[in-house]
Design a protein around this ligand. Structure first.
Ligand SMILES: [Mg+2]
Length: 326
């Protein structure tokens, strides 16, 4: 227990002002929350823990820590094509810091209201700074996107540029320089990843499998390949990279970072050839762009094809989240 404020006061002061939504019958303030799921829907549940100096720098602005802690969970909901419904929060912190909690709460509330996800409960303990969020989403029965639906011949797509979060990490650690014009945008990709919820809801009726890219494209696509019992060919030239990556990183490193850098939180998904035109039409109507990067194959393994048409087998492992070690 904290000495300055009881757990109840902490939750009351900082976490009871969040907006509820139609799924919440009883939110923060009782022994437990009560929620309800509409008929014909299923509940999708995910949990992520962020540990200071493992997943984020301990001196990162608290609103950014809050943003990211929720965003990575929203990204998992997006990967399943679930609409955000509610979440719970557990904070371990070494000592009470009210200004930190105030900023954290604001960052969390901003992103939660953007996605209409309700905070329904929380817990606080003393310990090394650690944030755990469990998030739940709602999806029509049988409509969640899973990792095990990819078939040979399906196109492989991603929702946005890859490698920027890795570039930001190298920049923040002093390992790489970035031109001033790009610094804010690149750091935003690391600190404020956009969960691709809207894109997921737009493409969910077309995709055969999906995952969010948290550990790097090669590592996360490999989860789809493994679950679906297939392989893939990736065209390295087709990996989308930002202007900042093009300006600041040479071509060889660029492809490696796009393939293996983590923390991008774009979606990687597969679509059968016969559904692609309809999907692209729908995405166009909804105002989203996606990038085809390769094809699912019967042959197992992840093969990369360079600009000369040469094959290499991809190293699957992603970068460690924070250490920068391979
Ligand atoms: Mg995930």
């Amino acid at each position: 227990m904290f000495s300055l404020l009881s757990e109840f006061d902490l939750i009351k002061n900082y976490f009871s002002g969040f907006a509820n939504n139609e799924f919440v019958r009883l939110g923060v303030g009782d022994d437990a929350a009560i929620t309800s799921i509409p008929a014909g829907r299923e509940l999708v549940t995910t949990v992520d823990t962020l540990v200071a100096d493992v997943h984020f720098f301990v001196d990162t602005a608290p609103e950014l820590i809050a943003y990211k802690a929720l965003a990575v969970n929203l990204s998992d909901l997006a990967a399943m094509a679930a609409s955000p419904a509610w979440f719970t929060l557990s904070i371990a912190m070494p000592e009470i810091d009210e200004s930190w909690l105030d900023a954290f709460s604001r960052g969390l509330s901003d992103l939660a209201s953007q996605h209409n996800i309700a905070l329904i409960g929380g817990d606080t303990v003393r310990g090394p700074l650690t944030i755990t969020i469990q998030a739940c989403g709602i999806v029509e029965r049988g409509k969640a996107l899973r990792r095990d639906g990819a078939k040979a011949g399906d196109g492989i797509f991603v929702t946005g540029s890859l490698g920027d979060a890795r570039l930001a990490l190298e920049y923040l650690k002093g390992e790489r320089t970035i031109g001033k014009t790009y610094q804010a945008a690149v750091c935003d990709k690391l600190h404020r990843p956009v969960a691709r919820i809207d894109e997921a809801l737009s493409l969910k009726n077309f995709a055969s499998a999906a995952i969010d890219i948290s550990d790097g494209l090669a590592a996360d696509l490999s989860h789809i390949l493994h679950s679906s019992d297939v392989g893939a060919e990736i065209l390295l030239d087709k990996l989308p990279v930002s202007d900042a990556m093009r300006a600041c990183v040479d071509a060889g490193d660029r492809q490696a970072m796009a393939l293996r850098g983590g923390d991008d939180y774009e979606l990687c998904f597969t679509v059968s050839e016969s559904r692609q035109a309809a999907m692209l039409t729908q995405l166009g109507v909804d105002g989203f762009e996606v990038y085809r990067i390769g094809t699912i194959t019967q042959d197992k393994g992840l093969r990369c094809i360079d600009s000369k048409g040469e094959f290499t087998m991809a190293e699957i492992s992603g970068y460690d989240h924070f250490s920068g070690q391979d």
